[in-house]
Design a binder for this molecule. Sequence first.
Ligand code: V1P
Ligand code: CA
Ligand code: ZN
Length: 396
Amino acid sequence: ELGITTPKGYDVSFHYNPEMERHHFGQTHPMKPWRLTLTKGLVTAYGMHYTMKNYTARAATYDELTSFHTSDYVDFLATVAPQPTPLDLDGTNSDLKFNLGGSDCPLFEGLYNYCSLSGGASLDAARKLCTKQSDIAIAWGGGLHHAKRSEASGFCYVNDIVIAILQLLRVHKRVLYIDIDVHHGDGVEEAFFSTDRVMTVSFHKYDPMNFFPGTGALEDNGPKSEHNPGAHHAINVPLNDGITDEQYKWLFENVISRCVEKFKPEAIVLQCGADSLAGDRLGKFNLLVQGHGSCVEYCKGLGLPMIIVGGGGYTPKNVARAWAYETAIATNNQSNVAATAEIPLHTPYRKNFEYDSVLLPSIEQILGDARQNRNTQKRLQEIIQHVTEQLRFVSA
Ligand code: V1P
Ligand code: CA
Ligand code: ZN
């Protein structure tokens, strides 16, 4: 498989292990690893696998997992038994250790394997960047941004992103982390609170009383203690329901261009959580696959080595559409995809793609009617103003 490049000469690698999707969080749980099967099916149906290097991701080792997590926590993950009885759905399980076993982070069969595979994929992606074998490395099974050093949180047990960034830092002086999941990337932000070698930027819905995890206010830019080099290196873009493609793209490009200009990253990690799409089971934005994908396009245009990971995304058919489209952007297969508006007839599980089986459904096809947009242009201007002020403290 050596020497495969995309039409414009980028080396793209795809890190994936079909074992991951065989794991189940439970009947009513929103996280469906099966969305990875749908994604891979679309990617293959469009023939994108011919224009990138495909690697079967291996499981991260114990030592790799403990490059970030505590051994106490990883030992417990490795040995804990799956819950024998159905979960109590209000999360009132009395013996929660490391926040495990509640409704958000249930203990299921093969949990340790699932976590190691997610970590392994993102870490493999990072290694390909370090050795310059890939310009863009894709790991849709990663992106689990809430996991803490010693705690599970919000469907995330192992923080594959932090582990991958730690690997990148061996070779790259500065890494820019960008998070377009509808939730705040709190775990990654916290992990790098005290270093000026990682800048984290999260775009998310912010409503501290009503929306998980409740952190990520505009003014939260990292602890401003006396000698913390990491101060000002956490950028947060809090949003309200209903944001549109046009606003999101505008905001994203304004914020990211300023960050790149000041911070001068040597590599980018882009978390592409698909719960920021219209029609998501948990998220309430109005983003289309095109708007979500425009972030990937913009980042690719920066010409820096980049890892792309997944994350949230709770309406599987929409997740697969977005991640397949974004794989097309990475591999320069967009024209191929656009020319075939209809999802190919031989796509596995094609019946799952409704709306006349198009790859890029309109807002009307997805929602009938768009959600009310609660983001004013004035507020978006304020956000850019604040970010610009924070970046005055940042230099490369
Ligand atoms: O809101 C909460 C917690 C549970 N309450 C005590 C507060 N949890 C959320 C977690 C969302 C996690 C998102 C992960 C990601 O960012 C990255 C993979 O996308 C939650 C929600 C919700 N609507 O926010 N948990 C659940 N829904 C849930 C629903 C059914 C069964 C289990 C969990
Ligand atoms: Ca986010
Ligand atoms: Zn999310």
